[in-house]
Ligand binder design. Structure first.
Ligand code: SAH
Ligand code: SF4
Ligand code: F3S
Length: 460
């Protein structure tokens, strides 16, 4: 939890995070980078000397939020006599850094996702009023080498970035432009960071990357076998670290779903039986226009292989409706794919044309009203599947990692191996622990659980 009161000689730091897990990780690492300069987290922009907006560029709405947020911060800066420092980080900073500087003079610094290790120098240049305060180089390797080796984490679960960037160039997507080329961190550095997290009491490690299953690296010398590791090998080694009770990874691309990773699902006890594998659409014509480089049948084959490796594996996916040229028949093919798989969870979006991407200039853009209607139909099918999946856990005992207090007094909130959130009344003392919980109720978005007698006694 962030401090509410400021200690003497510290400067208040407020970071607001939009977007995906990569941004959540980057915000945590920015805190680590700024800590030696005396910056400590505070609960509101009003209490801060430095505010960082960590932005997302993925859809138009996400980008719009940045400018409205900056307007509010400009007023705050004026109100406190201009001493507040404002930094814009993340994917909008990368894509529209110059424009931000021009449109919003209250902004002091702009820093891209691969450059935030330079924040201390940028702050120094700002106080000396010399040099550039816009850093948007793509230097993923340099960044990871420069980040502090220690991490300041408080929860039971933590993200660990293993891979950055994307070379896939789906025609709708800005990520290859905002995050740069695919880069895999070295296995030794990742394992060292995983050990550091375990040392701090983290029980669940979530390996993250824009294309996390594209991760690959030279096997460390201690492996003995030499050659290359894939994500499956990395997971097997992270699982050997004492204290690591659960491992997840996200987000994967269908083209990089190697046997070795599915083998890890078969063999590694701590690896959660859950696969978030975005498919976007079920029509081969649309998948081709999106440059996804796989067909609907390819996707269904992966699902089959995953089920063969781990029969209780659950699936999540991302969908886009209303991609340019999507016909009623194309959309029906998406619904059919959803019925064929049966998803536990999903994220679905209306196609949003993004500046500089090939799809934004395509003919036959789909009318907003049709996108709305398709999104509603897709979501009602996905919601029914999520409800059915959750209902099927009622009566079962499943392991839950308790991450924080629930909204109600004495309630604890945790996550099942299938990424369902689980609320348990009278479980506040469970935060930070993993325990077997009996599921007694389900909605579309969460489960209600009860402490099993043996667990309650053992942990009381
Ligand atoms: N690297 C991941 C996730 C990328 S962004 C992957 O390849 O799956 C997360 C999701 O946002 C995507 O899966 C996609 O469903 C959605 N998305 C990306 N660009 C979009 C756009 N222009 N309009 C609507 N949704 C988009
Ligand atoms: Fe975007 Fe496609 Fe890369 Fe995912 S794989 S980040 S959707 S370009
Ligand atoms: Fe958004 Fe950048 Fe993530 S655009 S989804 S914050 S990679």
């Amino acid at each position: 939890m962030a401090d509410t009161s400021q200690k003497p000689n510290t400067k208040g730091l407020y970071i607001k995070t939009y977007g995906c897990q990569a941004n959540v990780y980057d915000s945590e690492r920015m805190r680590d980078v700024l800590k030696p300069l005396g910056y400590a987290p505070v609960d509101s922009p009003e209490a801060a000397e430095l505010v960082v907006i960590n932005t997302c560029h993925i859809r138009e709405k996400a980008t719009e939020k940045v400018f409205s947020e900056l307007g509010r911060l400009r007023d705050l800066k004026q109100a406190n006599g201009g001493t507040l420092r404002i930094a814009v980080a993340g994917c909008v900073a990368q894509a529209e850094g110059e424009e931000i500087m021009r449109r919003e003079p209250a902004v002091d610094m702009v820093v891209g996702p691969q450059s935030y290790h330079r924040l201390p120098e940028m702050i120094a240049r700002l106080s000396r009023k010399t040099g550039d305060v816009l850093e948007t180089d793509f230097a993923a390797e340099e960044k990871f080498d420069a980040l502090p080796k220690t991490r300041d984490v408080s929860g039971a679960s933590a993200f660990l970035a293993v891979q950055e960037g994307c070379d896939k160039f789906c025609t709708f997507c800005v990520v290859p432009y905002t995050r740069g080329a695919e880069f895999s961190r070295g296995a030794d550095a990742i394992i060292a960071e995983a050990r550091e997290l375990a040392r701090q009491g983290v029980k669940e490690i979530v390996l993250i990357g824009q294309n996390v299953n594209a991760w690959h690296g030279a096997a460390p010398a201690h492996d003995g076998r030499g050659g290359e590791w894939g994500l499956g090998d990395l997971i097997r080694h992270v699982a050997k670290i004492g204290g690591v009770e659960r491992i997840r990874y996200t987000t994967s691309h269908p083209r990089d779903m190697a046997d070795d990773l599915l083998g890890a699902h078969r063999d590694v006890e701590q690896l959660a039986p859950f696969l978030h594998l975005p498919v976007q659409a079920g029509s081969d014509r649309i998948l081709k226009a999106m440059n996804r480089q796989h067909t609907a049948a390819d996707y269904l084959r992966i699902i089959e292989r995953a089920r063969a490796a781990r029969p209780d594996i659950a699936f999540a996916s991302d969908f886009i409706v209303g991609f340019p040229g999507e016909s009623d028949a194309d959309f029906e093919a998406t619904l059919q794919l959803v019925r064929d798989v049966g998803f536990a969870q999903a994220y679905s979006f209306k196609y949003s044309p993004r500046p500089g991407t090939p799809a934004a200039g395509m003919q036959l853009q789909v009318a907003e009203a049709i996108k709305d209607e398709r999104l509603a139909r897709l979501q009602s099918l996905l919601n029914a599947q999520a409800q059915a999946f959750n209902d099927a856990t009622i009566g079962r005992k499943i392991s839950v990692l308790f991450s924080r207090d629930g909204r109600r007094d004495g309630q604890a909130l945790g996550y099942s191996p299938y990424m369902q959130s689980v609320h348990v009344d009278g479980g506040a003392h469970m935060t930070g622990r993993m325990a077997e919980i009996e599921i007694v109720g389900a909605t579309m978005t969460s489960l209600k659980g009860r402490l099993v007698a043996a667990t309650a006694e053992a942990t009381a």
